[in-house]
Design a protein around this ligand. Structure first.
Ligand SMILES: Nc1ncnc2c1ncn2[C@@H]1O[C@H](COP(=O)(O)OP(=O)(O)OP(=O)(O)O)[C@@H](O)[C@H]1O
Ligand SMILES: [Mg+2]
Length: 252
């Protein structure tokens, strides 16, 4: 059964699923993310890039409700969500995979997936693990393995699978390819493309700016907590300032 907090209608492809308007958020006295306005089209992949400390993680955490809110609005499918708790945002269809490795290393893959389904309404839990296992056959082969013994990439997939058990429509990913081999990074990007193919909208922070922008529809460049540039991913890749600062090209 769907709870009352569930969104009424899905956004059609291309319509905004998420909009922030002059969003400010942070931790202590001063906001870190300042006056941030951006619109994320439904069914797209959008990559956030920017230097260390720019506020990328803070932005993603603020969209999920994990930070101190200073002002502005966040609309999900047109509904204001900036005052909702994270688990209510999850119920509406926003999933968040934080930076880092798996949370329960001493539990098996199966136990982790059971835990991921634990918060779901009764009746949805059983099917949820099966559904994500069908998406990630690699996990099926390792159900009895302790999560902490999985490789970094496998742990990242497990964490993502646990969030996907809640069947989010918007998935927020913080640096999913960090610390992975180039081959595993490619697999992460393939998985993200696959999720878009299944109708999800993905907003992802990536240090592998080029690899991520190549599979993305849109890009967001953050600097010092503010929006520096946004537009189609191809325009960002081709922008001379971005090429020099983030994509390893020599200055013109
Ligand atoms: N828990 C916290 N308490 C106080 N300040 C924090 C906290 N987490 C981050 N900050 C500060 O917020 C600013 C932005 O950090 P944030 O983690 O959002 O940047 P980022 O763009 O994700 O960087 P990176 O690429 O290194 O992950 C930094 O100056 C950081 O010191
Ligand atoms: Mg970060």
């Amino acid at each position: 059964m769907n709870g009352p907090a569930r969104a009424a209608s899905p956004a059609r492809s291309g319509e905004a699923i998420l909009q922030t308007e002059r969003l400010s958020a942070g931790y202590n006295e001063e906001p870190i993310v300042v006056d941030f306005s951006v619109s994320i089209p439904s069914g797209s992949i959008t990559t956030i890039i920017g230097p260390n400390g720019a506020g990328k993680s803070t932005l993603l955490r603020a969209i999920y409700g994990l930070n101190k809110y200073f002002g502005g609005s966040i609309r999900y499918l047109g509904q204001p969500i900036e005052r909702l708790a994270p688990r209510d945002r999850l119920k509406l269809g926003i999933g968040f995979v934080p930076q880092g490795r798996c949370n329960f290393p001493l539990m098996t893959v199966r136990e982790n997936l059971e835990l991921g389904a634990y918060t779901l309404p009764r009746g949805e839990a059983g099917g949820a693990a099966e559904r994500v296992l069908a998406m990630f056959p690699m996990l099926s082969a390792k159900l009895g393995v302790l999560a902490g013994n999985l490789s970094g990439g496998e742990q990242q997939i497990l964490e993502t699978a646990m969030v996907l058990e809640a069947a989010p429509r918007l998935l927020l990913l913080d640096e999913p390819s960090l610390g992975l081999s180039p081959a595993m990074q490619d697999q992460v990007f393939e998985t993200i493309s696959d999720l878009r193919g299944r109708g999800l909208t993905v907003l992802v922070i990536e240090q592998n700016a080029h690899g991520a922008l190549e599979i993305s529809d849109y890009g967001i460049v953050m600097e010092l907590g503010r929006l520096f540039m946004t537009g189609p991913a191809k325009e960002i890749i081709d922008d001379p300032r971005i090429r020099t600062a983030y994509l390893g090209a020599a200055p013109a």
